[in-house]
Ligand binder design. Structure first.
Ligand SMILES: Cc1cc2nc3c(=O)[nH]c(=O)nc-3n(C[C@H](O)[C@H](O)[C@H](O)COP(=O)(O)OP(=O)(O)OC[C@H]3O[C@@H](n4cnc5c(N)ncnc54)[C@H](O)[C@@H]3O)c2cc1C
Length: 401
């Protein structure tokens, strides 16, 4: 049983640092502190802990949780996940190898997905990775980091529960937007963003090998099957299109359902959530992969337009990049923190900068009626161009070094 002063601490699986410090005083609570336990944070935690690096991960919410996400994961991550001992097969994800795109008027174009992917809910995926992380030795705490300061070649991070953690390195894996972005004076946080994400699960008749993307006025909606024959519908919409309608249901009925494909889906699908999940202020502005010595991973480093379906793979990939460099740093093969930061920035830009730019271009074309009609006309004339565009927004299969 925990000693009374610690009894109220929300600990997921491990001794709280306050208690641990009394048991074994150390100058650092941990080698690496990871802020945020989504895909990027959990994968970095697993990778580092498997190399005997001490990791504390702080996640704001308990597991499992639903998240606004299209839940299509590119197969490019599979070799790396297997190397980490993360086998998603027992979770019975859907196997996706066909892609279909429809216009507002219901015209469609279809192609094979070059690498294929799998459909797995974030509810299941994140929870599974959390279990893997604790098994690997990551100390996971439920709390919210509200302040992080770089001092004397290390970090002090403070949480909303009033805990302070001292670490040599901090990985920022806290997603699209957080109080920390303001505290770190990141530029994107000062600007409003009109993008809203909406997601819900449905019982519906939907091909299990298909991931589809459907255009509507002001946004687009992705559909794919996840585990347990459930279908995930997730859309991104501009607030200007949304605000004319009194609620989500009215918006779906009057705007999404003008697309015949979506009309057919929503008229027959049975919702499994009481109401859809929503997030707002999704920013696609440029961010830096290192801010005030914090190594940023996943959406914290940069958000790719969801129509590319590559944000999760990028989160996993960036965690791999950061982990591999950190292992070299802790072994003394990277001589200094500036070298570490320089190498991470270069690796991040090399892997992701082009993908983000391609995503921005496609997004801009889809928002413009004339350009999207031209794009669609070209794809209908030359369907083999579609897999080439998909390849531009995806990476190659990942293998750990
Ligand atoms: C509408 C939409 C559809 C999408 N569809 C797809 C798709 O089909 N395929 C795809 O690959 N990608 C898709 N994406 C992108 C994908 O969801 C993200 O890229 C991915 O979730 C990024 O993972 P992450 O680990 O960086 O962040 P997250 O999964 O957001 O994890 C961040 C975690 O940090 C925690 N946190 C935040 N602040 C703090 C704090 N201060 N202290 C402690 N914890 C904190 C949060 O609770 C959260 O659990 C979509 C995105 C949107 C918006």
């Amino acid at each position: 049983m925990l000693y009374a002063p610690y009894a109220s601490l929300r600990v997921i699986g491990h001794t709280h640092p306050q208690l641990r410090q009394q048991l074994s005083p150390m100058s650092y609570d941990t080698d690496v502190l990871i802020i945020g336990g989504g895909l990027a944070g959990l994968i970095a935690g697993i990778h580092l802990a498997q190399h005997d690096i001490r990791v504390i991960l702080i996640e704001k919410y308990t597991y499992p949780q639903h998240k606004v996400c299209g839940e299509y994961v590119s197969n490019e991550v599979l070799p790396y996940l297997q190397q980490l001992g993360v086998d998603v097969d027992p979770l019975r994800p859907s196997r996706l190898h066909r892609f279909l795109f429809s216009t507002v008027s219901g015209k469609t174009v279809e192609s094979e997905l070059p690498l294929g992917g799998f459909g797995l809910s974030r509810h299941t995926f994140d929870h599974f990775l959390y279990q893997k992380a604790t098994l690997a030795g990551v100390r996971v705490f439920q709390d919210q980091v509200i302040d992080v300061q770089f001092q004397n070649d290390g970090f002090n991070a403070t949480t909303s529960d009033g805990q302070t953690y001292r670490s040599r390195v901090v990985i920022g894996a806290y997603g699209k937007r957080s109080v920390l972005d303001r505290q770190l004076h990141r530029e994107f946080i000062t600007k409003e963003s009109p993008w809203i994400g909406v997601k819900a699960h449905y019982q519906a008749d939907f091909p299990d090998e298909l991931v589809s993307l459907h255009n509507f006025e002001g946004g687009y909606c992705g559909l794919c099957q996840v585990e347990s024959n459930v279908v995930n519908a997730c859309y991104l919409v501009n607030y200007n299109s949304f605000k004319k309608h009194k609620n989500i249901m009215a918006f779906q009925q009057h705007v999404l359902c003008r697309n015949p494909f979506l009309n057919d889906f929503f008229s027959k699908a049975v919702p499994l959530f009481e109401k859809p999940l929503t997030i707002s202020q999704i920013s696609f502005a440029r961010k830096e992969p290192v801010e005030q010595h914090v190594l940023m991973c996943g959406d914290t480093a940069g958000v790719i337009h969801p129509l590319c379906g590559n944000g999760m793979a990028m989160a996993i990939h960036s965690a791999k990049l950061a982990s591999e460099l950190l292992i070299q740093f802790f072994r003394g093969n990277i001589a200094s923190r500036p070298d570490l930061e320089k190498q991470y920035t270069a690796a991040w830009n090399h892997e992701f900068k082009k993908r983000l730019t391609t995503g921005r271009i496609i997004q801009a074309m889809l928002q413009n009626t004339a350009l999207s009609a031209a794009l669609f006309g070209s794809l209908q004339a030359i369907p083999s161009a579609l897999p080439l565009i998909i390849k531009q927004t995806h990476g190659n299969p990942l293998v750990a070094r």
